[in-house]
Design a protein around this ligand. Sequence first.
Ligand SMILES: Cc1cc2nc3c(=O)[nH]c(=O)nc-3n(C[C@H](O)[C@H](O)[C@H](O)COP(=O)(O)OP(=O)(O)OC[C@H]3O[C@@H](n4cnc5c(N)ncnc54)[C@H](O)[C@@H]3O)c2cc1C
Length: 510
Amino acid sequence: MSADTEAVLVRPADAHNARLVANVHPPDWRNPTPAPSYNLVVIGAGTAGLVTAAGAAGLGAKVALVEKYLLGGDCLSVGCVPSKAVIRCSRATFDANEAGRFGVRVGAPAQADFPAVMERMRKLRADLSPHDSAQRFAKLGVDVFLGEAQFTGPDTIQVAGKTLRFKRAVIATGARALQPPIPGLAEAGYLTNETVFSLTQRPGRLAVIGGGPIGCELAQAFQRLGSQVSLLHKNAHLLDREDMDAAALVQRAFVHEGIAMRLNAKITRVERNGGGKLVCYEAQGTEETLAVDEILAGAGRAPNVEGLNLEAVGVQYDPRKGVLVNDCLQTTNPRIYAAGDVCLTWKFTHAADFSARIVIQNALFLGRKKASALTMPWCTYTDPEIAHVGLYERDARERGIEVDTYVREFKEVDRAVLDGEEEGFVKFHVRKGRDEILGATIVARHAGEMISEVSVAMAARMGLGKLAAVIHPYPTQAEALRQCGDAYNRTRLTPSVKKWMGRWLAWQRS
Ligand SMILES: Cc1cc2nc3c(=O)[nH]c(=O)nc-3n(C[C@H](O)[C@H](O)[C@H](O)COP(=O)(O)OP(=O)(O)OC[C@H]3O[C@@H](n4cnc5c(N)ncnc54)[C@H](O)[C@@H]3O)c2cc1C
């Protein structure tokens, strides 16, 4: 019997990508015969869709999962997984070239073997793919349909000529790279996260458009792998969402590593230039041009709301914000929910995961779980990393909340000094007059590993003062967190308490 889905090709067509595709869009897949009715039909098999489908099926629901391209979505194929694999190799190259700082001689400057770096990434991506595979989800009891889904009626979805009838549906169609409205860019051609991981040859000169998390991570990775990277960003500092002092440390590292920074840059047009491209931009009132071999656009994400026929089922959406949902992740059609990038401002895999858990409870079990109750950390995987959870000081100010801020710089933390990783800090915002952590930012080489401790404290409503009482092994960089707690506790030592203690000790001596 022949397959009833279209075959997909992930470039380059090598054995690793064939293994990936065999798992997440099997060429010989046959869609099952639809059940008469489903408790839940999930559109999109990225993290949000997979978690929703697996969780609901595990609780006994009859579930259909529809995916038009690759199960695993962006995270597995063109997002977190390939980017972190490539970043790891770029760090190895950087560290080899920094070895002299540690008294280690490695001879000639280390150079990344770009084709080998990309092959390693493809291999690891294929290695991780069985977890998201169609076969695994079928074994979990989920009816997996490959094809593009569209609403056709109040309780029906069509896919590959089959009709799926649902009691509840979940839109988990994710987001894609925004096409920057720059004249000439589309004609000249450019890379996005959807194509950059198919490269097998390193671009000699690379312009990265956008200084957000994706642009910054990939700009630094490619610079370290040997491209000459120019990073163009429309604002005065990178990583707009982060505090200026945090972003400044990343910016300083970029300049030190030789990335050509073009801040406050407004790109006016792109032209073809022989085999390469010419990026024309204005900065500080002057017109400049930049000749490059490739352009990578990382200038924001657009939710995938088109082609679903949402109008027919009364699901409201905004082309920029995505599907509109209430705090329970219910759309304007009470039988239809949404999860992940298509509806959240937090566009992270872990956010997609936890929004899916909320949807399972609310859609199937009359739950009232709220997205606003989530404690959501995130991390940008530059070097140093910036990780954050909770409120920024500006958020607190906007909400009229007064905060006290505690900062510990890594140059004061023994382990960071010994590691040669003094650049960075831990910063806590605590509600004034109460031992309540409202938010924290960490800038450190492994900030992403450290932020979870703060998330645990916040989720458990543990104050900064209590964190000071948690013993941390010496020497670790995470001691910086405890040291902020010590700083907090010192402020509790009011003059009258100090006076009382002085009197007590004097009496003990007498
Ligand atoms: C370069 C890059 C690096 C990233 N790094 C990180 C990171 O380090 N950490 C982190 O937390 N996040 C990271 N992210 C973000 C993360 O990838 C996303 O937040 C996550 O993938 C969102 O999951 P999702 O399920 O909402 O959407 P997606 O993963 O986009 O999945 C949506 C799925 O729906 C399918 N679909 C769409 N329309 C239809 C339709 N009509 N019918 C059937 N199927 C459909 C799509 O094909 C897709 O497979 C990164 C993103 C990028 C681009």
